[in-house]
Ligand binder design. Structure first.
Ligand SMILES: [Zn+2]
Length: 118
């Protein structure tokens, strides 16, 4: 297959802050070995948690549409988050509201619990 690549429309990739993978896959390596859908025969049913995630929103217009994050800072500071759960780091990311006519810039502050990483 031939990949079309326009020589003119190439623009440098948007700068991405070192996004450490916060994704944690609880599945065992055995699960990955089976590419087909569903679990392999005889495999135990792994309980899956459903965790609601509330997106950050613009304080001005309540929109959750935002541009890419930039200016990410990580502060190693342990405490108890507003939800009563412990955290080890405070992460702040700047972003811009994408609502037409708003464009408010905000800092999304998240409390992260990284017990293993010092
Ligand atoms: Zn807004």
């Amino acid at each position: 297959m031939a990949r079309k690549q326009s020589s003119t429309g190439r623009k440098p990739k948007a700068k991405k802050t070192a996004n450490t993978t916060t994704k944690k896959t609880p599945s065992t390596p055995a699960d990955v070995a089976h590419p087909g859908p569903g679990r392999p025969k005889g495999a135990t049913n792994t309980p899956t948690d459903v965790v609601p995630v509330v997106k950050s929103r613009c304080a001005k217009c309540d929109s959750t549409n935002r541009g890419e994050y930039w200016g990410r800072t990580v502060q190693q500071f342990a405490g108890t988050a507003p939800d009563g759960k412990p955290y080890t780091h405070i992460v702040r990311r700047k972003c811009k509201c994408l609502t037409e006519g708003c464009g408010q810039i905000r800092i999304d502050k998240t409390y992260e619990n990284r017990p293993s990483s010092g």
